[in-house]
Design a protein around this ligand. Structure first.
Ligand code: GLC
Length: 742
């Protein structure tokens, strides 16, 4: 049971006042006086700590906590997963459930869904809500968000991240960081860096150019640190330049702490620490999850055997390790403590509140992407349909359990069928058919969904029954996609292929044959192949959207919410249309992963190779239409370093109100080093009533025109012609204008 910071402080104050009878607060130790600047408190606390106490606080004491300094009234630090909600309590030294009954949570949408909103206000709402839940559960560090770039559609953890574009991820991660931390809870942005696949995640060495590192894989982390003010960062499992990312002189000392000035704590991923000397000198500050016996599971209570525990203490005592480096680690951990556990004016948080359920529904509603909608199959008009056939396992399967460390014990999860039934009420009949059998498990880490998904019918029978239901219905809603089972969207395993699993293609083709009034809803955190795309009139990406998934998807399908989501990553027609796969630069067996596609990730690759994607980065339809006027530039020629702006009028020419994400891409027509055709450098989500026009203006500061010259190791702005492309998707540019930089 964690004693609150206040309790410890009161305890130590009581001890102090007892000894110095009614001493006024200001004469107490500086570190206990939260009116003092944090740096003064850090130095004061550090000066009072013994060598043993210093070493004690830079490694774990339990599965998810690290020690404080009881003698000084400094409490321990508690961490919790994950990026989408607050993980249920586990036993002190185990992954297994502690069996609490007051640790259920609201499951917020997966971060792919948040990214798909392209709306920073949603990120504010998300960070505020999840931060309140973490605070209420008395957690000091939230182990999220994740911002690893989507390099391959097979990566098992893409659902936890924010897509393929560094600019989108950078914009969307900052409010989440800021809002969580307003609760006195630190974020722990992960997994820094280059954890872009799960295959061999503890072993592979990522090989790539500095150009790709700085332009594609680091920006979201840099934004989280420099703009978001992140208080902690989690090292990744993989190697980079031959050193584990959790203790890596390049990523941690040179870039994160050197170039970016990070003043927070580098926390290892659980089991990501492998060497005392490297952990000491290469930037690791707080070691968690080490399996000290070197096998898969930890020696019980082996915390003193951690790399930054007794082995480190021994070196310090021998004088073969510098106390200066130790003090830097301890300062960072103390700083984090004073920002969180010892911060006495933080809010008290809340758990499972109506506001949090509303937030989950609102974010999901803004993130759901309408991919295709021919013949206006959607929205379903409840006044005109009598029978709705809901088909597919993903209409009933709970998705908040499973998938790895982001798995949750949701207080409630509204599955799609429930949301549809609630929306339809008695206006129409709703029938359900399984259609296919996917993953019938419903238990992760001791949390059970309670669902019985067992099924005795054959594949053929299931399809026959689904087709029969579809034939007799006015509209058919198929829910398929992936799930959180191993080798689907799941930590520690990648997918084997781009295709939908469980023979869903057969079901979809049969349904399309049976009834053209078919909408296919893909529940996934990754792109999937759609060989039937021309046979299906309506397609929706519903994401893993958490506790309110069912209500959010029903809101969109029945038109209560006009969809405004845009894809945060490309849906390629086939795997080879993706750069990493086209260049054979992804092999789940390889221990060396060479990022041969370099900076050409996602739409950058599609543009370069002139490949038409199935659905492009930034794509998403609406139930209304938007027209764009001609882009206007503030100056046709600007001096290097001066701002330039591009404006465009956008009009809602349809019949219903809607939101449009106006996207700005920049193309550099002349550059010493080759650059992508265009790169996302701005977006703005605007709400428009029917007939309404708004002017969107993008300010293009010099940074948006630069690229990273890795021969000079600096960002460069070169003279020459640039083109601003403005549109509704990366493959739907509506207008463009060029300007000259002198
Ligand atoms: C896991 C994950 C990391 C998680 C940590 C604690 O292995 O890689 O994202 O926060 O361990 O569960």
């Amino acid at each position: 049971m964690k004693l609150t910071a206040r309790f410890y402080v009161l305890l130590s104050l009581a001890a102090l006042t007892a000894s110095c009878s009614q001493a006024p607060k200001s004469e107490g130790p500086v570190y206990l006086d939260d009116s003092q600047p944090i740096e003064a408190r850090v130095e004061d606390a550090l000066s009072r700590m013994t060598l043993e106490e210093k070493v004690k606080i830079i490694h774990a004491q339990s599965k998810f906590s690290s020690a404080g300094v009881p003698r000084l009234g400094i409490p321990e630090l508690w961490t919790t997963d994950g990026p989408h909600g607050i993980r249920p309590e586990v036993l002190w030294d185990e992954w297994e459930q502690a069996g609490w009954t007051n640790d259920s949570c609201v499951a917020f949408p997966a971060l792919t869904c948040l990214a798909a909103t392209w709306n920073e206000d949603m990120s504010v709402l998300y960070g505020k809500s999840i931060g309140e839940e973490a605070r209420f559960r008395e957690k000091d560090i939230l182990l999220g968000p994740g911002v690893n770039i989507y390099r391959t559609p097979l990566n098992g953890r893409n659902f936890e991240y924010m897509g393929e574009d560094p600019y989108l991820a950078s914009r969307m991660v900052v409010p989440y960081v800021q809002e969580v931390q307003k609760n006195g809870v630190a974020v722990c942005v992960k997994h820094y860096a280059l954890n872009n696949q799960e295959a061999k995640r503890h072993e592979y060495d990522a090989i790539l150019s500095d150009r790709a590192l700085y332009e594609i894989y680091l920006p979201a982390f840099k934004a989280a640190v420099q703009d978001g003010g992140a208080w902690s960062i989690m090292g990744a499992y993989n190697f980079y330049k031959g050193q584990h990312a959790c203790h890596n002189e390049y990523l941690l000392n040179d870039i994160l702490k050197g170039e970016w000035g990070f003043d927070g704590v580098v926390i290892s991923d659980w089991g990501g620490t492998h060497d005392t000397d490297q952990a000491i000198t290469n930037g690791l500050d707080l070691e968690f999850g080490t399996w000290t016996d070197g096998l898969t599971m930890g020696a019980t209570n082996g915390y003193d055997a951690y790399y930054l525990a007794d082995p480190y203490l021994k070196k310090l005592r021998e004088g073969s390790a510098s106390e200066d480096i130790l003090n830097d680690k301890v300062r960072r951990v103390l700083r984090l403590m004073f920002r969180t556990a010892m911060n006495n004016d933080k809010p008290s948080g809340s758990l499972c509140s109506p506001e949090h359920y509303d937030a989950a529904r609102k974010i999901a509603g803004e993130g759901i992407v309408l991919l295709k909608n021919d013949n206006d199959v959607l929205p379903v008009d409840l006044a005109s349909v009598k029978k709705i056939a809901v088909i597919g396992e993903n209409a009933i399967k709970m998705m908040t359990v499973g998938g790895g460390s982001s798995s949750l014990k949701a207080q409630h999860e509204c599955i799609p069928l429930e949301g549809i039934m609630a929306a339809v009420g008695d206006k129409a009949e709703v029938v359900y058919e399984r259609g296919y059998v996917g993953d019938v498990s419903g238990n992760y880490n001791g949390v059970a969904t309670g669902q019985d998904l067992s099924e005795s019918r054959s594949e053929e029978q299931l399809i026959a029954d689904a087709v029969a239901a579809a034939k007799n219905a006015d509209v058919v809603l198929f829910f398929g996609g992936l799930n959180k089972a191993s080798h689907q969207d799941c930590e520690d395993s990648d997918r084997y292929h781009l295709e939908l699993p469980y023979a869903q293609d057969k079901v979809i083709e049969a349904l399309a044959e049976a009834n053209p009034n078919l909408a296919v809803v893909i529940i996934s955190g990754n792109a999937v192949a759609m060989p039937w795309v021309d046979k299906v009139n309506a397609i929706v990406e519903g994401w893993y959207s958490g506790s309110q998934m069912g209500h959010a998807i029903a809101d969109v399908l029945f038109g209560k919410v006009n969809p405004s989501g845009k894809l945060p990553f490309t849906f390629p027609v086939k795997l080879e249309d993706n750069g990493a796969h086209a260049l054979n630069a992804y092999d789940p067996q390889d221990l060396t992963v060479e990022y041969k596609e370099d900076i050409y990730v996602g739409y950058r690759w599609a543009d370069k190779q002139q490949i038409k994607p199935l659905f492009a980065f930034g794509h998403g339809l609406s139930y209304t239409e938007f027209t764009y006027g001609d882009a206007k530039v503030s100056k046709n020629s600007v001096k290097a370093g001066a701002d330039v702006s591009v404006s465009v009028d956008v009009t809602n020419t349809g019949k219903v109100a809607g939101k449009e994400v106006v996207q700005l891409y920049i193309g550099d027509e002349q550059s010493r080093l080759e650059r992508p055709v265009k790169e996302l450098k701005g977006f703005s989500k605007i709400a428009l009533e029917p007939g309404e026009t708004k002017t969107v203006t993008f300010s293009i500061d010099p940074e948006k025109l630069m690229y990273f010259d890795d021969e000079k190791h600096e960002w460069v702005l070169e003279d020459g012609k640039f083109t601003a492309y403005v549109g509704s998707a990366s493959d739907d540019i509506r207008t463009q204008v060029s300007f000259e930089v002198r």
